[in-house]
Every structure is written in structure tokens, then in C-alpha cells.
Design a protein around this ligand. Structure first.
Ligand code: V07
Length: 263
């Protein structure tokens, strides 16, 4: 970030440093979730294969992880692969499944050094052994880190996550250990893969699509949404600052109202 800033003229440098420090002084969303869309479109615009867009998108993941950690964000959840993505051509799926290894082979030492904790949510079954191995290694190497939680949603689908949570409760009811009358929201939440994480404060979706696409449906009930036309490979530090700046403006407009009144 700083390197990039220094390449520009002095006026821009000062302007951007001000913007960064102003954002730093405001309320930082504890959990940011991102639907990283537009990689295929980015490639198409350049007459490149779709996988070139995915590869470029991986570079954005690095940039955004660094800045989020730097801003003091607690959790960054990134939607890397949905359960729907299996419908894509086999060659593209195979390429995507190599990205965690490629990403971690170069970036894991920095994640360890920067106190980032890698986590994954999603269905492990169906994921190739090589992908799981790379992720397990990263989880193990970073398990004691206390900084940013970098949570990859991989082979993740929100409805099936909710179904699994409800199934577990139904089993308890069937076993006679839970009275249906006693079921609360907390019972459902605690059966989700996000049970130990705060709910997202800010959801970002890139590339102009304005849908949730089966992403964290339960957890996003009170989340602020930020949609941008920027394609994920073009999303950069400035783009994240824009999103957080806007989040802070909205928060200020609540005028201190929290919970019920702020809904
Ligand atoms: C993927 C790059 C980002 C744009 C969206 C689709 C393509 C990073 C990872 C990753 C996942 C787990 C992990 C470390 C890195 C990744 C997939 C796709 C499947 F532990 N980027 N990225 N995984 N893309």
C-alpha cells in the first residue's frame, strides 16, 4: 500500500494517507464478508481464459487480507467456492482447487508472521485431498495466531448449513432431550459453521451483481451491504477503504441507536 502510494504524486499521497487514517479513527467493522465476483468477466474483457481472472483474483485476496489485518478487522470471510461452482467445466474446477495450494505456498509464511489465523467453512467431502491438505497445513501453522481470522468459504452453501443445524436439533427433539418449545435463534446459530464468529457487520459483493447467492443467509440478517461494479481483480485497497468509509457514515447516521431501534 505504502509503496504504491509513494509512486504517486505528493498531493495524492497526502490525500490517501489522510483517508486511511480517518478510516482508522472510525469504527472498524469487526467482521467483513466478501463475495468475490467478476473474475471471469475481468478475463473476458482482456480476451484471456477465465482461469486467468481467477488467478488475478487471488492477488486481490492478498492485498485485501493485508489491509484488513492492518485496519484491525477481526474476521475476513471470503466466498472462494460455492456448492454451485461444481457445475462449471471440469478444467476450471480443477484449476480453482489448485488455488488454495498456490496461494498458501507463497503467502503462508507472511500470514504466520503477520499473526493471521486461517480457517475454512464449507463441506469438506468432495474437496480434493491436495486442497484439504494445503488448508490443514495452514490452519495448523496459524492456529495460535490472535490477529485477523481469514475465513475461506469453500464448497459452502448457506441453506444446507441451516438444514444441518436444524437436523441436529430435530435429532435432539426425537431423542427427547430438547423440547421444541424451548428452541431459540441461538440453537440454530450454534449449529452453523460460524458458531464461534461474530456476525458480519459489512458484506461486500463485487462486479455489479446484487444477490446473496446462498451466502450466509442467516448470519447476514443485520449486516450492512455494499455492492460495487468493480470486478474482483480490480478491487484494491482504495476500494476497501471506500466500503469501510461508507459503513462508518451509515453507522454515524444511527446516532448511537443500537439493536431494536437501529433495525
Ligand atoms: C480462489 C481467487 C479469488 C477470487 C475468487 C475465486 C478464485 C484464495 C483461495 C484460498 C482458499 C483457501 C485457502 C487459501 C486460499 C482460493 C479458491 C478460489 C477455490 F486456505 N483464492 N481462491 N480458493 N480464487
Amino acid at each position: 500500500m505504502i509503496n504504491k502510494l509513494l509512486k504517486r504524486n505528493t498531493e495524492t499521497v497526502i490525500g490517501d494517507l489522510d483517508r486511511l487514517s480517518l478510516v482508522r479513527d472510525g469504527i472498524i467493522p469487526s467482521h467483513i464478508a466478501i463475495i468475490m465476483d467478476g473474475n471471469g468477466r475481468w478475463a473476458k474483457k482482456r480476451s484471456l481464459p477465465r482461469v486467468a481472472g481467477h488467478h488475478e483474483g487471488m492477488k486481490t485476496v492478498r492485498k485485501i487480507t493485508r489491509l484488513a489485518n492492518n485496519l484491525g478487522v477481526d474476521v475476513l470471510t471470503l466466498y472462494a467456492f460455492s456448492t454451485e461452482n461444481w457445475k462449471r467445466p471440469k478444467m476450471e474446477v480443477d484449476f480453482l482447487m489448485r488455488l488454495p495450494e498456490e496461494f498458501l505456498s507463497t503467502f503462508l509464511p507472511e500470514l504466520v508472521a503477520e499473526n493471521v489465523k486461517v480457517e475454512m467453512m464449507g463441506d469438506h467431502t468432495n474437496l480434493p485431498a491436495h486442497t484439504l491438505k494445503a488448508i490443514s497445513k495452514a490452519k495448523e501453522a496459524t492456529k495460535d495466531n490472535t490477529g485477523l481470522i481469514l475465513n475461506f468459504a469453500l464448497n459452502y452453501g448457506s441453506r444446507s448449513e441451516i438444514v444441518d443445524s436444524v437436523k441436529e436439533l430435530a435429532a435432539q427433539v426425537a431423542a427427547g432431550t430438547l423440547d421444541p418449545e424451548d428452541i431459540t435463534e441461538e440453537h440454530i446459530s450454534s449449529g452453523l459453521m460460524t458458531k464461534s464468529l461474530p456476525e458480519p457487520d459489512l458484506l461486500i459483493r463485487t462486479s455489479g451483481e446484487v444477490r446473496l447467492s446462498n451466502f450466509m443467509l442467516w448470519q447476514l440478517a443485520y449486516t450492512e451491504f455494499w455492492f460495487t461494479d468493480t470486478l474482483w481483480p480490480d478491487f484494491n485497497e482504495d476500494s476497501l477503504i471506500d466500503a469501510v468509509e461508507n459503513y462508518q457514515k451509515r453507522n454515524r447516521r444511527f446516532g448511537g441507536l443500537k439493536g431494536e431501534e437501529a433495525q
